[in-house]
Design a protein around this ligand. Structure first.
Ligand SMILES: NC(=O)c1ccc[n+]([C@@H]2O[C@H](COP(=O)([O-])OP(=O)(O)OC[C@H]3O[C@@H](n4cnc5c(N)ncnc54)[C@H](OP(=O)(O)O)[C@@H]3O)[C@@H](O)[C@H]2O)c1
Length: 336
């Protein structure tokens, strides 16, 4: 037989339901071991006790008290009850100490900006180089944005990243696979692991999971099936979690209009598959960040709920390309 193309050979076969269940059980076992291990508990206790008072949540009891009392206490209130100080600007205290996983991405920059703007402390776990979070540092007052190097496969480093927080936001996701990370691990297993750790923590009052519009176990897309599995696992581990399902995000750094514009600029034409009849309901990235931050401000009404976030209008790809083309009118693009 002719040799398979390289990409096809690198692709792993999709996991079966039995394999996924076995993997989840193994992760839970590993987590329990870490949770019970005196060494890791001592390390986290030492880390907490070394925390500066400014880093501690400003809560009147719910957030802070529960953290040290119970490992499995259910969160019953939102972040709305946390004590606030100041006028609500970036130099005030919102009471929210949020660990934002995936903060280095497109949506992350707007979530961090809006959290910091209202006086929250934001912990930014990053796995790449120091440049990946540099743009976030100026979004908050001095010391309010705290980058932390972590390894998404190291349970202890995740526990350290959430140790001082009362809110966890998971924006981790990727729309393509690499040799190191498949859809399942990034969009499902990591979400499940974060939810487990947040529940064990005991003081996380809000967990926000960002999924994607169309996530469904019966979707023909493997990415959307992994997103659906991620939602299910998160709700199993952390039933009070809020699920956000945004449609395609648009904004200054988006990966759709910018990519089309780049293609058109480089090649002078833009191919439209199926005549560009695919429908989109793109949503502005700033609005999605606002939805996430607003859900944190409520008294818990958004807990345990799923929100589908679409923009005001539905477009076909063809419509969007025409809009983009008119914006970049100086580029001589043929639409074929
Ligand atoms: N953009 C859209 O149109 C859209 C639409 C619907 C839903 N969503 C969902 O919204 C969320 C945020 O989207 P986005 O556009 O901001 O994505 P993004 O720009 O690609 O950022 C993704 C974030 O996830 C992190 N990440 C990716 N793979 C990882 C891995 N293997 N281990 C640890 N971290 C990893 C990235 O970290 P590094 O910087 O270290 O790579 C980055 O911080 C995602 O869950 C995405 O699926 C996005």
């Amino acid at each position: 037989p002719p040799p398979l193309p390289l990409l096809l050979r690198l692709r792993r076969p999709p996991p079966t339901a039995a394999t996924m269940q076995a993997a989840a059980a193994a992760r839970r076992h590993l987590l329990d071991q870490h949770h019970l291990s005196p060494a890791s508990s001592a390390a986290i206790a030492a880390f907490r006790s070394a925390a500066q008072p400014a880093l501690a949540p400003q809560g009147s009891g719910g957030a802070d008290g529960a953290r040290y009392m119970s490992a499995r206490a259910p969160a019953v209130k939102g972040a709305g009850h946390l004590v606030r100080k100041g006028t609500g600007g970036r130099s005030s205290v919102s009471g929210i100490v949020a660990t934002v996983f995936g903060a280095t991405g497109f949506l992350g920059r707007y979530v961090v900006q809006q959290l910091a703007k209202m006086g929250s402390q934001v912990l930014v776990p990053f796995r790449g180089c120091e440049d990946s979070h540099r743009h976030l540092k100026l979004m908050g007052d001095l010391g309010q944005i705290v980058p932390m190097n972590y390894n998404p496969r190291d349970v202890n480093s995740i526990k350290t990243a959430v140790a001082k927080s009362n809110v966890v936001i998971n924006l981790i996701g990727r729309e393509y696979e690499t040799r190191n990370y498949g859809f399942e691990e990034v969009n499902h297993q990591m979400a499940e692991q974060l939810a487990m750790i947040s529940k064990e923590h005991g003081g996380i009052v809000r967990f926000i999971q960002v999924s994607a519009l169309g996530a469904s176990a019966s979707s023909p897309s493997r990415l959307l099936r992994a997103k659906a599995a991620g939602e299910e696992s998160v709700l199993k581990e952390f039933p009070e979690a809020t699920i956000m399902r945004p449609a395609t995000l648009i904004g200054t750094e988006d990966r759709i209009l910018n990519r089309w514009a780049m293609y058109a600029k480089n090649w002078g034409f833009l191919p439209l598959f199926g005549g560009g009849s695919t429908k989109f309901q793109p949503v502005y990235v700033v609005d999605v960040a606002a939805a996430i931050v607003n859900s944190l401000k409520d008294d818990g009404t958004s807990m345990g709920k799923t929100y589908e976030l679409g923009g005001p209008d539905i477009y076909t790809v063809h419509d969007l390309v025409i809009i983009k083309h008119n914006c970049y009118a100086t580029i001589n693009t043929k639409i074929v």
